[in-house]
Design a protein around this ligand. Sequence first.
Ligand code: AMP
Length: 647
Amino acid sequence: MTQIIDGSTLVGAADSQAALAQPCEAETASSTISLGSDTALDFPEAPDSAIAQVVIPADDAVTEAPATETAATEPTAPETAAPVSAFAAFGLRRELLEGLAAIGFEEPSPIQKAAIPELMLGRDLVGQAQTGTGKTAAFGLPLLERLDPGQRTPQVLVLTPTRELAMQVAEAFNSYAACMKGVKVLPVYGGADFRDQIQQLRRGVQIVVGTPGRVMDHMRQGTLDLSGLRSLVLDEADEMLRMGFIDDVKWVLEQLPAERQVVLFSATMPPEIRRISQNHLKNPAEVTIRQKAADGRRIRQRHLVVNGPQKLEALERVLEAVGSEGVIIFARTKAITLTVAESLEQHGYDVAVLNGDVPQTQRERTIERLRDGRVNVLVATDVAARGLDVDRIGLVINYDIPFDGEAYVHRIGRTGRAGRSGEAILFLTPRERRFLGGLERAVNQPIEPMEVPGNASINQHRLDRLRQKLTAALQQPACNPEERALLGEILQRVAQEQACTPEQLALAALELGLGGKPLLLQGEERWGQGRAGAPTRERDRDRGERDRGGERRPFNDRHQERGEDGPEDNMERFRIEVGWRDRVKPGNIVGAIANESGLAGRSIGKIRIFDAHSTVDLPKGMPDDVFADLRRLRVMNKELQISRLGS
Ligand code: AMP
């Protein structure tokens, strides 16, 4: 599917050589090329410019470019030749191809297929794509291709919203250009040594990647000479807008030479970004990656409803049962990040926190630790996690609901990266349930409901994990050979002394490995499961039935209270200090206890209301912390002061 527009042909990677060779033959106000899909996204036209627009369908996984599609659209690759990188078809110089081979890029991602030919022609380009689509190489490779290593002043300037992204982009440039001689890339961002940056700039740098503020500082001081600039890239433009950098970006744009190439990448296209593109880009090609839909497909999204006080326990349960190799938990405030991290630390997780109070140097170390697996769980606020790009994140937990759909999309986009699958779980309090629809619209798909994992699934998960660890330990012993020999001797000796079987010995060793901690969760599952669970519609219904039901009778009879008709086998009877004179109804008691304890309404047994107190039957095995919470719980403005009857 090829359309010839304004001097260039927009095609997939494979057609790129043909595209490069082919001059413009027609002019169209806007045209859409959909790669591998009939459905194209609506992308508003920029007025008075001929726009080539490529809309790329959801399955744009960077590492998942379907082989068949590539083969079908790759007329330039010689069929019989030894495997040649599909990047060769773009006409990239040999050193770049070698650099790409070294980092294992074989197939261009859809955005690379669409953008590289355009940018190699020197065209301006607007790309609607998020990180994870391969956009860095989409602009990095063609700009490197067009670079003149002989020119010592900056030829490429990339503006990024965050320091992390600046460093990542600079690193990416370095890796692509690893085999090119004389290419100097310099990340410039606040917090790093200014004088050091000046020295490096003086020595000669061709590519500068920086945050707007620091770049402007250098420009004003005359330490960043952009008179020879050829290309400007605005990376994550919508993030720069959200972070209040847009005036800085415009200022930078106004200082640049008139003849320059501008590339704008943005995950979303708010009007302000669209305006920048209209005012500062000339006749740009447009490429859209339908990332949201891609996220939707690659990221399993679920929500659970949980009361505020039970969120921490629900979180621990989710981590135990769903846990993955890298987890980001989003919280709304710095204080919550700390509370959550402390609680998880107590439960033995390797946790790190990223919030606005964390100094820059520590942030970088934290992200590095998350990347290499020394830290597995990161608790972060939105601002602190901006631009965070770590491939090994398998699970994003929205511990607090994000402020809007856009923030939700950004958050869940931290997982499912580089072609991997990911999971996202959203915590909603009962009151926040009404926002679910808005978030579902933002991702254009339902966010499935889930229950807080119960004891059974947590226990199953624990057993599975133990089995996996055991298998891994067998396959990759952690000890060195001498230590293993010593361990073997100990085993032999104990086996002889105790006359035990190898299996008995292995079991004892496993138990030792548990470190005295119980392997399985014990106790009434209903407590654990329900406590973290939400008041569901079912529970609301229970409450209604009970209100209508026959328990609503005042009693004064001590025998009745003592329970001549005692509680059922698996239930215990409790006394609460609120009664008929407080105008309490069974529904109030069920509602309050269910909300506070998380018990399903149907698990709450008989309720008898007396003059100044009541009794309620609850499942046996109430955890101490629930008991403590229920003691303080207020119903009809009175503390329940719950106590066990008979105690
Ligand atoms: P980006 O969207 O540029 O942040 O890229 C996301 C991830 O995909 C990074 O880890 C890149 O190194 C990787 N990546 C980008 N392009 C390719 C490619 N063509 N083949 C394999 N990996 C890629």
